[in-house]
Design a protein around this ligand. Sequence first.
Ligand code: SAM
Length: 242
Amino acid sequence: MPEDTPGQDQTGFEAAWEAAHDVSGWLKEGQARMLYDHASALPAGSTVLEIGSHRGRSSIVLAKALEQSQGRLICVDPFVDGSLFGGSKTREEFEANIAAAAVEDRIELVADYSTRLRPSWTRDIDLLYIDGKHDYWTFTDDLGWAEHLPDGGAILVHDAFSSIGVTLGVLAKILSSSRLRYVERSDSMALFVKATPTRTDRLRIVGELPWWIRNVGIKVLLRLRLRPLARLFGHDSVYDPY
Ligand SMILES: C[S@@+](CC[C@H](N)C(=O)[O-])C[C@H]1O[C@@H](n2cnc3c(N)ncnc32)[C@H](O)[C@@H]1O
């Protein structure tokens, strides 16, 4: 287990995943476990900020992880219109799913764009989860929320090594950073910590690039309807790798 991984609460996680896994979304079980373990290890009364909540799959996991410590989860999502994210209907589903999981008292929803909210934000946060818009400009702006974390605070990033925009952002802003270090990943969910990186931490980011290129290649093959070819790379799903 990597040195920064907190202790695992197996029963608590199972209950959280049971409440979340029927909510449709892109979070895998191993990734949910990472969220749960880091959020549940925070001190009492901590605040987690999630960028990109969609129907609430990851929000439920985080909120359940904060129950014992009476922490707070701030969910930032403008509920973008369009066929991919669903707009106001998705917001209604988010609210219904949060209520069904009985975590609405733990959650504060801010229905706004992360990039619009950030310049005037003043509250401290203890953990940051980034899963909003995946283009380079939005992701690198979202990394700016780390200024509200304490030293040693965790930043979890979904699609860190499966999306062109996010991975280019990791290369441009984290590879050369002196204050963010890469720790580990579960599929495309990566853990970064607000701390001075070593040369080995930086080299491990570079070491993920072949896996990122494979994932982008699989996306291209799926767009070209070449699923049998994607299978040759170990990807047997109609969905993008994440
Ligand atoms: C991949 S989904 C999030 C999935 C969610 N974390 C889950 O576990 O199911 C991305 C979400 O980001 C939201 N989004 C897009 N641009 C955003 C922005 N600038 N700030 C915050 N959220 C944004 C979309 O409305 C969408 O709901």
